[in-house]
Design a protein around this ligand. Structure first.
Ligand code: FAD
Length: 302
C-alpha cells in the first residue's frame, strides 16, 4: 500500500529529491561518470555492461541521436580500456515506431562493437516488444555471432519455447549468449507466471536448458536462492568458466556480489548512466512498486 503510494507520488516529486535515493543505482549523467563508475568496478575485478538510459522514444530524430551517442560511447569506453561491454534497449532506437530503421541503427552499433572486439546485449523490454526483439537478434546473430546477445525473461510462459526455437540456430563455434533474468515489467497472468516460486522454478528450468544446449548463460539475479541453485547446477553439469557469468545491477546487493566473486566466478555489473535517469527511475517504480521498498531503504541507509 505504502509502496504503491510512493510509486504514484514519485513522478511529481522534485528531481533533486528523487536523485537522493536514485543515485546509488545510476553511475551518473555523463559519459565521464559512466567511465569512472566502470573503472571503479573493474578495479574490484568486476566486468561491466554499460547502458545509456532512455527508452520508448517518440520520434525517429531521437533514435538517430541515440545511435550516435552509442557509437561515441563504444569509442570512448573501448579507448579507455574498460573491461566490459554494452547493453541497449531497442525502443530507444524506435523499435515501436519504425522497426527497419531501428534495425539499421542497432546493426551499425553492433558492427562497430564487432570491429572493436566487444559485444552488445539487446535488453528485453515489455511483452509488446518480445517478438520484435527476438527478430532483431535472429537477424543480427548470423552476421555477428560473437558480438551480439539477447535477454530472456523467466516470468514469461513462452520463454522455454523461445529458447528451444533459438537453439535451432545455435552454433558450437559461437554459442548464443543470453542473459537470463526474472523480468521487470508488469505482465498479465495469461502470458506471465505471477507466483514468486513459480518464476524461480522457471528461471532454473531455462538455465538448465541453456547449459545443456551449450548456450552461454549470463545469470542475472540478486536472489540468493537462485544464485545458490545456479551454482549447484554449474557444478552438477561441470560447466566451464568460459560458458557462464553472473550479473547484477549497479548498487544492488554488493555483499552477495562479492561472495560470488570470492568463490571464483565471473561477475558483471549493469552500469546505467545518462540524463534520462529520472524517467527511468520513475517509470520503473510505476511498473514495479515493489522497488519502492529499496528506495525507501536507500533514504535511510547511506
Ligand atoms: P528479487 O527477488 O526481485 O530480488 C532479490 C533481492 O535482491 C531482493 O530481495 C533485494 O534485496 C535485492 N534487489 C533486487 N532488485 C533490487 C533493486 N532494484 N534495488 C535494490 N535491491 C534489489 N529485466 C528485464 O525485464 N529486462 C532486462 O533486459 C533486464 N536486464 C537486467 C540486467 C541485469 C544485469 C539484472 C541483474 C537484472 C535485469 N533485469 C531485466 C531485471 C530483472 O528482470 C529483475 O526484475 C530484477 O533483477 C529483480 O529480480 P531478482 O532476480 O534480482 O530477484
Amino acid at each position: 500500500m505504502l509502496n504503491k503510494l510512493i510509486a504514484n507520488v514519485l513522478p511529481y516529486m522534485p528531481e533533486k529529491l528523487v536523485w537522493v535515493f536514485s543515485k546509488r543505482y545510476i553511475a551518473g549523467e555523463t559519459i565521464e561518470e559512466g567511465i569512472l563508475g566502470s573503472k571503479l568496478l573493474n578495479q574490484q575485478s568486476i566486468d561491466v555492461t554499460v547502458d545509456l538510459l532512455g527508452e520508448f522514444i517518440q520520434t525517429m530524430d531521437e533514435a538517430l541521436d541515440n545511435k550516435n551517442k552509442y557509437l561515441e560511447i563504444i569509442e570512448r569506453f573501448t579507448s579507455e580500456k574498460i573491461t566490459g561491454h554494452f547493453s541497449l534497449k531497442p525502443t530507444m532506437f524506435g523499435l515501436l515506431i519504425d522497426k527497419e530503421t531501428c534495425y539499421k541503427h542497432i546493426r551499425e552499433i553492433v558492427e562497430l562493437a564487432s570491429k572493436k572486439g566487444t559485444f552488445v546485449r539487446i535488453d528485453m523490454e515489455n511483452s509488446q516488444c518480445v517478438d520484435l526483439e527476438l527478430e532483431l537478434f535472429r537477424k543480427l546473430y548470423p552476421e555477428f555471432p560473437a558480438h551480439v546477445g539477447l535477454v530472456v525473461q523467466a516470468y514469461l510462459r513462452r520463454t522455454l519455447n523461445d529458447l528451444k526455437e533459438l537453439n535451432k540456430l545455435n552454433s558450437a563455434e559461437y554459442p548464443m549468449n543470453f542473459r537470463l533474468c526474472k523480468g521487470i515489467y508488469i505482465e498479465p497472468e495469461k502470458i506471465a507466471y505471477k507466483n514468486f516460486s513459480e518464476v524461480q522454478q522457471h528461471f532454473l528450468e531455462d538455465l538448465e536448458f541453456m547449459i545443456q544446449n551449450k548456450m552461454y548463460a549470463a545469470i542475472a539475479t540478486h536472489d540468493k536462492f537462485l544464485v545458490d541453485k545456479s551454482l549447484e547446477m554449474i557444478e552438477k553439469h561441470n560447466v566451464d568458466k568460459s560458458m557462464y557469468e553472473f550479473q547484477m545491477l549497479y548498487g544492488v546487493t554488493p555483499d552477495l556480489r562479492q561472495s560470488i566473486i570470492d568463490q571464483g566466478h565471473r561477475m558483471r555489473v549493469y552500469v546505467p548512466f545518462g540524463k534520462q535517469w529520472f524517467n527511468y527511475c520513475t517509470r520503473r517504480l510505476k511498473e514495479n512498486p515493489k522497488i519502492a521498498q529499496h528506495i525507501i531503504k536507500a533514504l535511510f541507509v547511506r
